[in-house]
Design a protein around this ligand. Structure first.
Ligand SMILES: [Zn+2]
Length: 323
């Protein structure tokens, strides 16, 4: 085996052109090598080469051993040491651990007992009562037009209208006009006039399309006259209510609210047709008639509904035509 090692061939790089050369590894220490590529000559020291190979092998095996030690033995030792230390610590601190455990258990029991006492002492009825009182109070404040509780844009606008009505600086007509403008949709026709016997009447005609989506031109989102009428009634009721609330202490006797819509009219032969804006529904509230409101007009848009009288209803003559 030793003989084989000395007689085997090795591959080295030419010192000049770095080409790989295959040369025999003789026992003889120094060999003169002629490169068969660049034809240069150089010395090759066999014993140095063997020493280098042996060193490399030793280094390689040492690294292997080191790797094994670091991968397996060190963590194993670490775990062993930690466990040992833990056990030792546990042994020495047995008394303290027991003491802590007992203290913690006592704490948990005490907190649980405290909470159960709190729960037992809680009077659900009393809580319910106090919550109810709280909400009743808020309700009263809303009824009293407290701005703090004005939630919706409508409530906020109503408060502005009420404040406007209390401001006696302007003339009644201009105050009523301003309030009517706030209560009704944009582009509404607003008229204030003394009618028979000095009765002051406000008339607001609003376009249905300004209050509700889907009412564009002569087209309607409604499939039936009944649902169109329901919506017109609802919108008229809302505007009437809001104007009434703001103007109830003013010298205003009658409030007329009309709901307009573009209507396609046909002649009696059913051929020529024109778009015509018509008041399709008109209601009136006579202030004298409003005796007692069961609902707060500030919160309920239908509070004056029972006192609303219909003065114009063109629904019976309307038809919805599908395009
Ligand atoms: Zn060479």
């Amino acid at each position: 085996m030793k003989k084989d090692f000395y007689n085997k061939k090795v591959i080295i790089n030419c010192k000049f052109c770095k080409v790989k050369l295959r040369i025999p590894l003789f026992q003889k220490n120094v060999l003169m090598v002629t490169c068969n590529h660049c034809k240069n000559k150089f010395k090759f020291n066999g014993s140095k080469y063997r020493a280098m190979v042996a060193t490399r092998a030793i280094v390689f095996y040492l690294l292997m051993v080191l790797s094994i030690v670091s991968i397996i033995l060190i963590p194993a030792c670490g775990i062993y040491l930690v466990n040992n230390k833990k056990q030792l610590w546990t042994e020495t601190n047995k008394g303290r651990i027991k003491e802590y455990k007992e203290k913690m258990e006592a704490d948990i029991a005490r907190v649980a007992e405290e909470y159960s006492q709190v729960i037992k002492a809680t009077d659900i009825d009393m809580l319910r009562k106090s919550a109810k009182n709280n909400y009743d109070q808020i309700w009263i404040e809303r009824n009293n037009y407290n701005t703090r509780y004005a939630l919706s844009d409508r409530e906020k606008t109503q408060l502005k209208m009420i404040a406007l009505a209390k401001n006696s600086a302007g003339g009644v007509h201009s105050i009523i006009r301003e309030i009517a403008q706030m209560a009704s949709p944009k582009n509404s026709e607003i008229d204030i006039d003394r009618v028979l016997n000095g009765v002051l009447a406000l008339s607001v005609n609003f376009h249905m399309s300004d209050l509700t989506k889907g009412e564009d031109g002569t087209s309607t989102k409604h499939q039936t006259i009944k649902s169109l009428k329901n919506e017109a009634t609802r919108l008229s009721s809302k505007v009437t209510n809001d104007v009434y609330v703001a103007c109830k202490d003013l010298d205003l006797d009658e409030i007329y609210i009309g709901c307009k819509h573009l209507v396609l009219t046909t002649d009696r032969y059913g051929n020529s047709s024109t778009d015509e804006e018509m008041v399709i529904y008109k209601v009136v509230v006579v202030k004298e008639d409003v005796k007692k409101l069961t609902h707060n007009p500030f919160l309920d848009i239908y509070s004056v509904a029972e006192y609303i009288k219909v003065v114009e209803d063109n629904f019976p003559s309307l038809r919805i035509v599908s395009k």
